[in-house]
Design a binder for this molecule. Structure first.
Ligand code: OGA
Ligand code: MN
Length: 288
């Protein structure tokens, strides 16, 4: 396998590898690179949905999607293409819902256990735009001055689906029953990565405010930490090609999507690896 670092503090493109044929040894190499780079994009894979899920399970257990009451396979489609094959209207709920992805976030941080990994495969890409960008929140933490590091060390933030999804149709799309399973949750602002031990800033658009601090002021601080953290050289933007598959570590990396001309189709398929807490209620299956 050939690893080409992005040049930013995170991210690399991996070639000369076939994700269908990984064994214990080659997966250990992938995992070590993932720990180092936080995001890996494997070029030219063209995985079927089944192969995508098999690859996902190498990282851990699948996380259930938002519309859990409707069941699900562990794969979600992030797309502006409707079930009948036509491109959805820009003001449709389907398109509006995904607009939330354009702001920096860590997947599922509004759940009591956030996601470990997200695995996104490019199936159909627009002629321009539609990139995904990642931000290295380990390097962002390292950049803080000692006073701010000390202040943040024991702070807990409230992350809330209602807070981050009200404005663009996120409440309409999932329905009351599933919404009730998403009360506000608490996560430390500074977390050490379970494998590398590196501290990072766990912020992003679902983080509403800090417990015990003024709500407006702490909201502004969380936004500032996100915005200032997500600056060069800590960001990497990837322009997708069909067949690419990207894997990012939600425990230390933020990401966002970029707009594209909405009359053009974009079809991405995503799976999510559940956070590794033993009693994570969002685990979809027990298969590893
Ligand atoms: C996601 C996401 C951004 C994009 O899949 O979780 O935020 O570029 N995607 O599609
Ligand atoms: Mn996302």
């Amino acid at each position: 396998m050939n690893i080409e670092p992005s040049g930013a503090t995170l991210g690399a493109i991996v070639t000369d590898i076939d994700l269908r044929t990984l064994n214990e040894e080659s997966f250990a190499e992938v995992e070590a690179a993932w720990d180092q780079y936080g995001v890996l994009v494997f070029a030219d894979q063209h995985l079927s949905d089944e192969e995508h899920l098999t690859f996902t399970r190498l990282f851990g257990r699948l996380e259930a999607g938002l519309k859990r009451s409707a069941g699900g396979t562990g794969l979600g489609r992030i797309t502006n293409v409707k079930a009948d094959g036509s491109v959805a209207e820009p003001d449709s709920l389907q398109v509006r819902f995904h607009q939330g992805n354009l702001r920096w976030h860590s997947d599922s941080s509004y759940k009591c256990v956030g996601a470990k990994a997200s695995i996104l495969a490019a199936h159909v890409v627009p002629e321009t735009g539609g990139e995904t960008e990642w931000a290295d929140m380990r390097a962002a933490y390292d950049e803080l001055d000692d006073d701010l590091k000390n202040y943040l060390e024991d702070k807990i933030a409230v992350h809330s689906y209602r807070y981050s999804h009200s404005w663009h149709g996120g409440l309409e799309i999932i329905g009351k029953e599933d919404l009730e399973e998403l009360p506000p949750v608490e996560h430390p602002v500074v977390r050490a990565h379970p494998r590398t031990g590196r501290r990072n800033l766990f912020v992003g658009r679902h983080a509403s405010h800090i417990i015990g601090a003024d709500e407006e002021e702490s909201r502004a601080l969380l936004k500032r930490l996100t915005e200032e953290g997500a600056q060069a050289p800590r960001t990497w933007k990837h322009r997708w090609r069909p067949g690419d598959i990207g894997v990012w570590d939600n425990r230390c990396v933020l990401h966002r999507g970029h707009d594209w001309p909405l009359d053009q189709p974009r079809v991405m398929v995503r799976s999510t690896v559940a956070g590794e807490t033993p009693d994570n209620p969002w685990v979809l299956d027990e298969a590893v």
